[in-house]
Design a protein around this ligand. Structure first.
Ligand code: HEC
Ligand code: HEC
Ligand code: HEC
Ligand code: HEC
Ligand code: HEC
Length: 208
């Protein structure tokens, strides 16, 4: 009896099966590489804003302190965003008629804040606290990069879990001020020997 499939058909079938498996592996590899790339985390990608606010002008050229606009960054979980009143400290006198500032005047007249798009928002299942970090002497630039040079605000780091853990797993996190380490050596300020060190890499530090 003649074979059901010719030898050629069998070879073709085997080759296409191998190609299919290799193709699937290549797609999986690409997805893996992409998911770990900066682009997937939108690093360096600005968001559309209602007003073309520039950190490079305000925090850079004019030298306005970060805390002047992000007033709760030293004590609260949230850094805080400037109220319309904060902008109007200067813009009730300069650039008063500028059309780019129309959304600011409208918000101020309605007593509402300007609605900015966030480029840094973490998922809601993650807990973050600015004050805890700033109090340890970790500067804004460690996590946000050189914001004072940015014309459009964008993330400088992924802010992924792996990125947070990279610092939390380290006993002496990079970016922490040396003065702080020195003050921890003051006998009166050492934790009692029985007290465990802050479990910074525990899941419930960031997921509560
Ligand atoms: C004059 C007020 C002002 C000053 C000074 C200022 N900022 Fe901002 N900041 C803003 C405004 C307005 C936004 C929202 C628009 C934007 O993202 O560009 C913002 C956004 C941000 C964001 C992104 C927020 C988000 O939700 O993604 C970061 C991070 C930030 N600022 C850090 C800094 C740092 C660091 C400094 C000091 C080097 C600084 N800012 C100084 C007004 C200010
Ligand atoms: C400390 C004073 C000060 C504060 C506070 C301030 N600005 Fe300004 N802003 C300036 C000055 C000065 C200029 C004009 C610079 C120039 O003419 O080159 C300016 C220019 C601008 C421009 C025009 C930039 C351009 O060239 O297109 C925008 C938009 C703007 N500011 C938005 C804001 C917003 C939004 C806030 C509040 C988050 C704010 N500013 C807070 C001083 C300030
Ligand atoms: C240890 C890293 C770290 C440091 C240090 C840090 N930030 Fe942030 N910042 C973040 C993260 C993470 C977010 C996103 C928080 C969220 O979505 O809950 C954020 C968000 C922000 C926002 C958006 C508003 C908010 O609170 O969600 C602003 C504005 C901001 N940071 C300003 C600053 C300034 C100014 C400093 C320095 C005084 C600073 N940050 C220091 C990590 C940091
Ligand atoms: C550059 C180092 C560094 C990075 C990056 C960093 N942390 Fe931390 N974090 C610290 C240090 C140091 C402390 C301890 C502060 C203390 O002991 O009071 C801390 C404390 C915390 C706490 C405890 C706050 C409290 O009072 O309970 C939380 C929550 C936290 N970090 C979340 C995060 C998250 C989420 C990220 C990433 C988005 C992150 N951290 C990135 C260094 C870092
Ligand atoms: C220092 C802070 C920190 C610690 C500690 C931490 N996480 Fe996370 N986790 C994050 C951040 C930030 C995200 C959001 C960004 C991301 O998905 O990487 C996240 C996301 C996640 C997600 C969702 C992932 C996704 O794809 O959406 C899971 C699940 C998770 N964490 C589990 C854990 C477990 C389990 C532990 C303990 C072994 C842990 N985390 C410890 C900061 C932390």
């Amino acid at each position: 009896m003649a074979p059901l499939f010719t030898r050629r058909a069998t070879t073709r079938f085997r080759v296409s099966l191998a190609l299919l498996v290799m193709g699937a592996a290549a797609v999986a590899a690409l997805v893996f590489v992409w998911s770990r790339s900066d682009a997937a985390w939108r690093v360096g990608a600005p968001a559309p804003q209602p007003i073309p606010f520039q950190h490079s002008l305000h925090a850079g050229a004019l030298g306005v302190e970060c805390r002047f606009c992000h007033a709760t960054v030293e004590r609260a979980a949230d850094a805080g965003m400037p109220s319309t009143g904060t902008c109007l400290t200067c813009h009730s006198q300069i650039w008063t008629g500028a059309s780019v500032l129309e959304p600011l005047r409208t918000a101020a007249a309605l007593g509402l804040p300007v609605v900015w798009s966030s480029t840094h928002r973490l998922p809601s299942h993650v807990y973050f606290h600015h004050g805890a970090h700033v109090a340890k002497g970790i500067g804004c630039a460690t996590c946000h990069g050189p914001v004072e040079t940015m014309a459009e605000t964008a993330k400088a780091e992924t802010l992924s879990m792996g990125w947070c853990l990279g610092c939390h797993r380290d006993a002496h996190p990079a970016g922490m001020a040396r003065a702080d380490t020195a003050s921890a050596a003051v006998p009166g300020r050492l934790p009692a020997p029985t007290q465990p060190l802050s479990p910074l890499a525990d899941c419930n530090t960031c997921h509560r």
